[in-house]
Design a protein around this ligand. Structure first.
Ligand code: HBI
Ligand code: FE
Length: 287
C-alpha cells in the first residue's frame, strides 16, 4: 500500500516507524494527543455514530456502546479491559500499515494492530491508509462479536499459507470484501459490518442505498477472484445472511486447490457481473 508519511502534526506520531519493535508494536503515547485531536475524534465519532445507528449492523451498535469512546481518542488499555474478557482479543498500537506477515502473525494470536495517529482536518471523510479512527471505530466494536473474532484469527492463520502458495492477493480480497467492506442482511434490510464503510460517512450511505451498485450474495470463492478499488467507493459489495456464516464458510474450505486453479488468472473486474448473478437492493431505503 502506501509508504509511511512523515508527520505534519505536532505530536510526531504519524508514520513514526523508528521506535517500533520487530513486531511493529509501539506505545500508544496517549498523552501526545492534543486537545484539537480529541475534539476531531469527538466530531468524527458523533457523525459516524449517528449514521451507523441507522445503517450499521446490530453487533456494531452493541460493540460501540460497550467501548464507551465518544468523548476522546480512547486508550487502548481501557478497550482491552472490555475486549479481553469478551472474545480474548487484545489491541496493540502500531505506527500505521505494517508488513503482511507481521499483520497475519498478530491476527493469528488474537492481537489486533491499531494505528495510533489520527487523520488531519482535510482528511475527515476518506484516507487510503488506516488511522486510529478507522482502526478503532471501524474494527474494534466488531471484535466483540464472537463470529468476527474467530474469522479474523482464522484469516491470520491462513495468511502464512497463502503467502507460501503465492496467493496472498486472493486471500487479501476476502478481508477486503468482508472485514473492510462487508454487508449483512438483518430483518430483510442491508446493514454494514465492514470497517472501511463504517468509518466513512459517504460510503456508509452509499453502500446500502445506492441503486446502481452490484450487491452479491456472500461467496468466498467469488470474492477471492474479484478485484477491488482502493481509491473510490466499491462497485461491488457482498452480502452475508448472518455473521456466523462468515467463519463457517471459511473453515469449511480447502483453499489450496482453489489457489492453484486461480492464482494466475486475472481477477474479475470490480463491478462486473457473471452470467446468472442477481443483485440485492435495499427496497424502500432512500439516501
Ligand atoms: N497493517 N496496520 C495494518 N492494517 C491493515 O489492515 C493491514 C496491515 N498490513 C497488511 C494488511 N493489512 C493486508 O494487506 C493483509 O490483510 C493482506
Ligand atoms: Fe481496516
Amino acid at each position: 500500500m502506501k509508504t509511511p508519511q512523515t508527520t505534519t502534526s505536532k505530536s510526531g506520531l504519524r508514520g513514526e516507524y523508528g521506535k517500533v519493535g520487530a513486531d511493529y508494536t509501539a506505545a500508544q503515547e496517549w498523552d501526545a494527543y492534543t486537545p484539537a485531536m480529541h475534539d476531531r475524534w469527538r466530531r468524527l465519532y458523533h457523525a459516524q455514530a449517528e449514521l451507523t445507528r441507522r445503517h450499521g449492523c446490530r453487533a456494531f451498535g452493541e460493540g460501540l456502546a460497550r467501548l464507551d469512546c465518544a468523548q476522546a481518542i480512547p486508550r487502548f488499555s481501557d478497550a482491552n479491559r472490555v475486549l479481553e474478557p469478551a472474545t480474548g482479543w487484545r489491541l496493540v498500537a502500531v505506527p500505521g500499515f505494517i508488513p503482511d506477515a507481521v499483520f497475519f502473525e498478530h491476527l493469528a494470536h488474537r492481537r489486533f494492530p491499531v494505528t495510533r495517529w489520527l487523520r488531519e482536518e482535510h482528511e475527515l471523510d476518506y484516507l487510503v491508509e488506516p488511522d486510529v479512527f478507522h482502526d478503532f471505530f471501524g474494527h474494534v466494536p466488531m471484535l466483540l462479536d464472537p463470529a468476527i473474532a474467530d474469522f479474523l484469527q482464522a484469516y491470520g492463520t491462513a495468511g502464512a499459507r497463502a503467502m507460501e502458495l503465492g496467493a496472498l492477493d486472493m486471500l487479501a480480497r476476502l478481508y477486503w470484501y468482508t472485514i473492510e467492506f462487508g454487508l449483512v442482511r438483518e430483518d430483510g434490510e442491508l446493514k454494514v459490518f465492514g470497517a472501511g464503510i463504517l468509518s466513512s460517512a459517504g460510503e456508509t450511505r452509499f453502500s446500502v442505498t445506492a441503486p446502481d451498485v452490484l450487491r452479491l450474495p456472500f461467496d468466498p470463492l467469488r470474492i477471492m477472484r474479484t478485484g477491488y478499488r482502493i481509491d473510490a467507493f466499491q462497485e461491488t459489495y457482498f452480502v452475508l445472511e448472518s455473521l456466523p456464516e462468515l467463519v463457517e464458510r471459511l473453515v469449511a474450505l480447502d483453499l489450496t486447490p482453489f489457489y492453484a486453479r486461480w492464482r494466475h488468472t486475472p481477477p474479475i473486474a470490480p463491478g462486473a457481473c457473471l452470467p446468472g448473478e442477481t443483485t440485492f437492493t435495499n427496497l424502500g431505503e432512500t439516501a
